[in-house]
Design a protein around this ligand. Structure first.
Ligand code: SF4
Length: 247
């Protein structure tokens, strides 16, 4: 096939590199494929772009409430918790330092969005909870934000599920490498039974509620989560990942 001159010129510098020929479904890679970047590198670029968009989205949303992103994330975390968490729990959940959380909470107290109280189980510990003004602000932020959610909801459901699985894998890798704390996800929960059923729509099982469920119902922040021990977590992950790697 004759390649248009412009494209050939743009590709030439890439083709000058001594690249190992790649094969695609058993066939020799063509010039365009040889000049391509590794898929992981392209995904990295794509995720960087998503991260930039999300950051801009959160700045825009939280900026409307006069908040910085960490302060907004603390409010969201508090709105999702039935019991008031301690400062150390907030720091662990958001993977930021205790002094950062302490400064952010001090600002939120000043603005009247949160208040400090004694933790129910330890009078010496400080718990943080939303004030009525904080709850009202969260409702407003909910309606302002969500640009990323709108974009993602345009994807067909099957693609959203695939992307969700991929993101869960990435989050788990970050947890295993110690870069973020273990989250309250099904895949790290002691009640999770991956691929316990033959029903491809609902292959997994939650032993806590004794119900089957599918990938789209996998929780990423479940209030009933209890961390599995190391052995069970590794075993569950192997079973979960093996199923998906064969698809
Ligand atoms: S308790 Fe929650 S996190 Fe654990 S398996 Fe059930 S739904 Fe998933």
């Amino acid at each position: 096939m004759i390649m248009p001159r412009g494209i050939a010129a743009r590709l030439r510098h890439l083709l000058d590199f001594d690249r190992t020929p790649k094969y695609n479904n058993g066939t020799m890679a063509n010039a365009l494929e040889k000049a391509d970047l590794p898929l992981s590198q392209k995904l990295g670029h794509a995720l960087n772009r998503v991260q930039v968009a999300m950051r801009a989205d959160s700045w825009e949303s939280f900026g409307q409430g006069g908040l910085k992103p960490t302060q907004g994330q603390i409010l969201i975390l508090l709105s999702e918790r039935a019991a008031a968490p301690r400062l150390s729990e907030i720091a662990s959940e958001l993977a930021v330092s205790s002094p950062t959380v302490s400064d952010s909470v001090a600002t939120l107290v000043e603005k009247g969005y949160v208040r400090k109280s004694k933790a129910k189980d330890d009078a010496r510990a400080v718990a943080i909870q939303l004030t009525p003004a904080g709850k009202k602000l969260i409702k407003q932020l909910d309606s302002v934000g969500g640009a990323m959610q709108t974009i993602l909801s345009c994807l067909p459901e099957s693609e959203q599920i695939q992307l969700y699985r991929t993101m869960l894998r990435m989050v788990r890798e970050l947890q295993v490498s110690g870069r973020i704390p273990v989250g309250r996800m099904c895949v790290t929960c002691r009640y999770f039974r991956p691929n316990a059923h033959k029903d491809s729509n609902r292959p997994h099982h939650c032993a806590l509620v004794d119900l089957a469920f599918g990938d789209r119902t996998l929780r990423s922040d479940c209030p009933d989560h209890e961390a599995a021990d190391e052995h069970l977590a590794a075993q569950n992950w192997e079973s979960f990942a093996a199923c998906h790697s064969s698809e």
